[in-house]
Design a protein around this ligand. Sequence first.
Ligand code: SF4
Length: 459
Amino acid sequence: MESVTLSPAPPSSFHRLDVGVKPSDVSGKTLLIPEMAPFGSHLIAACFRAMGTDAVVMETYKGVNLGREFTSGKECFPCQVTLGDILHHLRKEKERLGPAFSPEQYVYFLPEADGPCRFGMYNKLQRLILDRFEEFKEVPIVYLSTEDAYSTGSIMPPERASAFRRLSYVAIIIADVLDRTVWRVRPYEWRPGMTDEFMKKALEAMVSMIETVGADLNFKKMYRMLEDIVATAASFIDPHQPRRPRIGIVGEIYLRSHPDSNQNIVRQLERFGAEVVDASIGEWINFITFVQARKLQRQWKLAQKIRDHKAMRQISRQWLANRIEILYQSRRQNQVYRCALKHLDIEADHTIRSIERRLDRNRLYSFDIGTEAALSIGGALEYVHHGFDGIVNVFPFTCMPSTICTAVLKPLLHKMKVPYIDAPYDGGIQPNREVALRTFAYQARQHLASRKTGQTLRH
Ligand code: SF4
């Protein structure tokens, strides 16, 4: 591979964090999207293309060694993986295009989160690293942030931003349903490999459908196609195979959704005799909108206390917009799931309010503390409530919210006699992981058997 020039770290780097990392209009550029959940990433890229932005999902995990080379090892694993993806992609583009390579043509899309986590710093760190390559300095990084609930107004013209927001939400939920269809069907398929073969083609068809009708927000056509996909996939189930124990995955969103980073934990568990459901991406988006509502309520109370009527009026307007968004999301999510549930009993997604109730009932954790720990703890309890036989917490090694989650869930689920396992990943191969997962799947089978006979499982 052709080499690139590495320049010394620039003396004043902070200025670059303002100009080189910002939510800016991506029209006319090639948007580079790192892959996370495969269905979701490709459908989001299709949404951008539907709105006229050339978007590409980068080949993933091929550059993981590059990601490691330019980080210290203290960063969260997803930061290393995504950094590797962008460096690998840009290097390949440079090699492919030669002198015609123009960094200004690209925009690297790396969303961020506010709050106590390191995720908000990934794009800043990656800016500093990209700046060390003469050839890649001019590749801007754009982001959407949880701070304004992923407002899209800053990355495309206003006339397209609102449609894009609505379209991308539906696409994310469709991707969740496609995932859940695979997880429900694959463990029971007549012929090994038939579900994956079919779903690969189904994804391509859905991508092309979104590109064609997405700009018009023609959801009916997308729903019809989704129904056909789920109905066909449902016919792959061999009804003679007994139902397996169901395992619920919670944890850090990138690791649990990115098969290369979690060493394909879903398939591994399926190989050991389980049926798996991973927490959805839609859950995170709904959570962000929900948290925004709580933030506005707090701000309003504060403004009321000091009798700031102007601020109260402004917050009320924002609150109303947030309410509309919550209702929109709930309506669309129900519509998409209904399409699938007509043909296949996929696991319906739990609502954010139900997660909150589950946390609060036992005073376990509060949404006010924030981070994904709230979703993971509450989500695990929702799985248990719905009769799952085991919980896996998948996370990057040293992940802060997931460690909190472990501390709360481990003793709690032990008391409830529900099998639980932590699955931390940092890219290395843990020799005992397979045995641990195999044993865990065995415990889950025992749990299912004891539930069927009405006995309590002993660990
Ligand atoms: S959630 Fe975990 S992996 Fe993600 S930034 Fe925070 S600590 Fe790192």
